[in-house]
Design a binder for this molecule. Structure first.
Ligand code: FAD
Length: 457
């Protein structure tokens, strides 16, 4: 049987079994036909999103030979391909929870006049971010391979030895001592045969996805006049309900979530809502893009007709990729729970922190559950949740670390994921100098290096 048919067969089995087993799974590692290796590296980072960029930069700055593999022709992941902005909070009261490379990115965005807007201090220009992250990677000496999709691994004795990508050349293969999975969805771990979970415990449903879009030529003054007029309608909820009753608001979302960008008259909409899809199923992904674009068109028309200041606005940009809030969570050495986060449980092996609340957009339709921490409180992300059960040379440097559905809803936001990526990159550099085993990295040493690089642990 060819590897492709084999994978399709597996995928069907996975979907059937995930429905029955509460959506957890394991994929047998596929050892493909032997072919020459196209390059050898100390560290390979798969995925050039918020986590992957920070991991690659941190590892390369430590003098390691690093390859960053990305499916698109630009960096940034959901922040650029998904148009997801602004950065969610990275300070609580006077306490900063995320800094290090994340802070450098903010500073560079700010220096480029692409950070902060009238309403949102951490809004950023998604196109400028592409340049900022590319500059950081190139200056650190990261080698980048764009337009290459990771689809298979070679695994020997608990170690990934090679990663295989599909691209214009057909297939290419790269070997490394150490790997970082920064694909957001845990693709590398999945292809290596690691265990994973998907969705909430009771029915396996994930948070909905959202196709972001921007509207230009908005009369912001007029919009703000309405918002500030004491109608208590900051998210245009009343207008949304009115339009829904008239059949003119088709997203199941309860209101209109919009953000001011740094560009005059340009507003980003986090408003479409795609429920009950599995973002790791290519057919579901396709259905999400189709349904998402329909909701974009409808929301644009709704804005023109109902929202003050949006009468002459037009859709100026639609995300190239539907925004996936939740997919695989790869099983590691410790599963972070909601209680860990809300009780601010201290962890000796903390390598990143966060203050963002539990934030679950309803997996079934309207409604959003938000549980805040008290001001000044923050939680720890333990190193063990980045490790991958059964693998010595693989670490997670993205949102797919091991936590519950509820915990993931909090630490998934970009400042925290960038801090996780930073930690994964420094751990990779340290492991590269000490036996190429992530479990043999000195955690106090890792924390010390992270602190020295401005990160908060
Ligand atoms: C709709 C939505 C709204 C959000 N709102 C906010 C917000 O307002 N503020 C905030 O801070 N956070 C927000 N988030 C969360 C945040 O954007 C993501 O959780 C974050 O981007 C995750 O980063 P990551 O590096 O783990 O993964 P991603 O951003 O998904 O990056 C993964 C990268 O890997 C690449 N990749 C994936 N698979 C492969 C493969 N097989 N081969 C090669 N490359 C691959 C992708 O192209 C991508 O570049 C939101 C997310 C969504 C979806």
């Amino acid at each position: 049987m060819s590897p492709t048919r084999d994978r399709r067969g597996f995928f069907k089995t996975m979907l059937a079994s995930t429905a029955a087993l509460g959506l957890a799974g394991k994929r047998a590692s596929a050892a493909g036909p032997a072919r020459p290796v196209d390059g050898h590296y100390d560290i390979i980072v798969c995925g050039g999103g918020p986590g992957g960029v920070c991991a690659a930069v941190a590892a390369a700055r430590a003098g390691k030979k690093v390859l960053l593999i990305e499916q698109y022709g630009f960096l940034g992941g959901m922040a650029t391909a998904g148009l997801v902005e602004p950065y969610m909070p990275y300070r609580t009261g006077e306490i900063v929870t995320n800094a290090g490379i994340f802070e450098e990115v903010c500073r560079r965005l700010s220096d480029s006049g692409a950070f902060g807007s009238e309403l949102h201090a951490s809004a950023f220009d998604t196109e400028v971010l592409k340049m900022v992250e590319l500059d950081l990677c190139l200056a650190a000496g990261v080698e980048i391979l764009f337009h290459s999709f990771v689809f298979r691994t070679t695994v020997r004795r608990k170690r990934i030895t090679e990663v295989h990508v599909a691209n214009k050349a057909g297939e290419m293969s790269f070997s490394a001592e150490l790997f970082v999975d920064a694909t957001g969805d845990g693709d590398l771990a999945f292809h290596a045969g690691a265990d994973w979970e998907l969705g909430r415990e009771q029915d396996g449903l994930t948070q909905p996805s959202t196709l972001f879009f921007k509207m230009a030529n908005v009369d912001l003054k007029k919009a703000l006049k309405y918002v500030d007029s004491g109608k208590d309608d900051r998210s245009f909820k009343k207008l949304t309900e009115k339009a829904r009753a008239a059949g003119e608001f088709t997203s199941p979302r309860e209101d209109t979530l919009w953000f001011c960008t740094p560009r005059q008259g340009v507003i980003a909409f986090n408003t479409t809502r795609l429920v009950k899809f599995n973002a790791t199923d290519p057919w579901d992904l396709t259905r999400m893009e189709i349904e998402g674009l329909k909701q974009v068109r409808d929301t644009g028309a709704f804005a023109n007709k109902y929202l003050p200041g949006f009468g002459k606005a037009y859709i100026s940009q639609v995300a190239s990729n539907v925004g996936v809030r939740e997919s695989r969570r790869v099983v590691g050495d410790y599963q972070i729970t909601q209680d860990d986060l809300l009780s601010c449980r201290p962890f000796d092996d903390s390598v990143a922190r966060g203050c963002y609340p539990i934030d679950i957009h309803s997996p079934t339709g309207g409604g959003t559950t938000i549980i805040h921490l008290e001001e000044g409180q923050s939680y720890a992300i333990p190193y063990r949740s980045l490790l991958v059960k059964g693998f010595d040379n693989l670490i997670m440097g993205c949102r797919a670390i091991w936590g519950t559905h509820e915990a993931h809803s909090a630490y998934r936001v970009q400042p925290i994921v960038m801090s996780i990526g930073h930690a994964a990159g420094v751990a990779a550099a340290m492991a590269s100098s000490s036996g190429a085993d992530y479990r043999r990295v000195s955690v106090p040493g890792l924390q010390e290096r992270l602190r020295a690089q401005g990160a908060v642990v």
